[in-house]
Design a protein around this ligand. Structure first.
Ligand code: HEC
Ligand code: HEC
Ligand code: HEC
Length: 193
């Protein structure tokens, strides 16, 4: 038997007699746009170089090392920021990265990385996670700036040119040969990596 329910939930599912469909639709569109804009602004704010470098002291070690690397300072002044390497530009992969890194907030709350010693202990695991991600996407973030096409054989060392002829062979990609380009490698690297 159907019974007329009262209360909050019932008022939510009961068809509206007060507002026209058009009004409800417009309210929905405005709220939807606000949500998209809010998400966009949050993504921008949490991808900025300032946020990545300063929001938590857990990042002190990787930040300091990166600031000594050619990706921070080089003769042309083109700088790769944290987000250029670590956050995809495409919407869906970016969403995935943001959701996964929200889990890091839990680590921050529970203090799992809050001393250099704790960071050193977890570094291999964190690095392996990034290597796996870059291997799986064929070093997509590197290729946003570096193109194989654009590499001049005359300007690269002969060793680099010889090695770069191997890109794509057996699935070989940038990160296979270029680990530790922005940070020091973990002390406890497994053999063969
Ligand atoms: C935002 C653009 C950008 C991104 C993203 C980027 N790079 Fe670079 N990379 C540069 C610039 C600029 C230089 C310095 C060029 C110079 O020396 O003038 C550089 C230099 C290098 C060098 C030579 C210097 C060194 O560290 O030995 C390597 C190797 C390199 N990048 C590999 C990578 C790899 C691998 C990735 C992905 C994990 C990557 N880059 C991502 C812009 C970028
Ligand atoms: C098979 C291994 C291998 C792969 C794959 C590879 N590289 Fe390299 N790359 C090297 C070696 C070796 C050097 C030379 C390093 C040196 O001379 O110190 C080099 C040098 C470079 C340099 C510096 C060039 C110069 O002369 O200053 C850049 C930039 C670079 N690689 C980017 C990339 C990018 C981007 C990719 C992926 C598209 C890539 N490499 C893939 C092995 C590789
Ligand atoms: C040019 C690309 C590049 C830039 C720029 C970059 N990283 Fe990384 N990052 C990597 C790579 C590649 C790894 C995987 C480990 C390795 O090879 O060093 C990594 C690993 C890490 C790790 C895991 C722990 C570790 O040390 O391996 C953290 C945390 C990190 N990066 C944070 C940052 C922060 C914060 C910034 C900006 C201040 C930054 N990265 C800038 C390429 C980059």
């Amino acid at each position: 038997m159907f019974q007329e329910k009262s209360g909050f939930w019932a008022s939510l599912i009961r068809p509206s007699s007060r507002f026209s469909v058009l009004t409800l639709l417009l309210v929905g569109i405005v709220l939807g746009l606000a949500l998209i804009a809010g998400t966009h602004l949050t993504f921008e704010a949490t991808s900025s170089p300032e946020f990545c470098s300063n929001s938590c002291h857990e990042m002190q070690t990787p930040v300091a090392e990166y600031q000594q690397s050619p990706h921070y300072s080089n003769r042309s002044g083109v700088r790769a920021h944290c987000a250029d390497c670590h956050i995809p530009k495409q919407l869906l992969p970016k969403l995935e990265t943001k959701v996964k890194s929200s889990a890091e907030l839990w680590g921050k709350i529970t203090g799992s990385l809050d001393t250099p010693e704790k960071f050193a202990a977890r570094r291999l695991e964190l690095a392996q996670h990034e290597w796996a991600r870059m291997k799986a996407n064929d070093s997509r973030e590197c290729r946003n700036c570096h193109t194989v096409d654009g590499m001049s054989a005359e300007k690269q060392t002969p060793r680099a040119t010889a090695m770069h002829a191997l890109i794509g062979e057996d699935g070989r990609t940038c990160i296979d040969c270029h680990k530790g380009i922005a940070h020091h490698l973990p002390d406890n690297m497994p053999e063969g990596d």
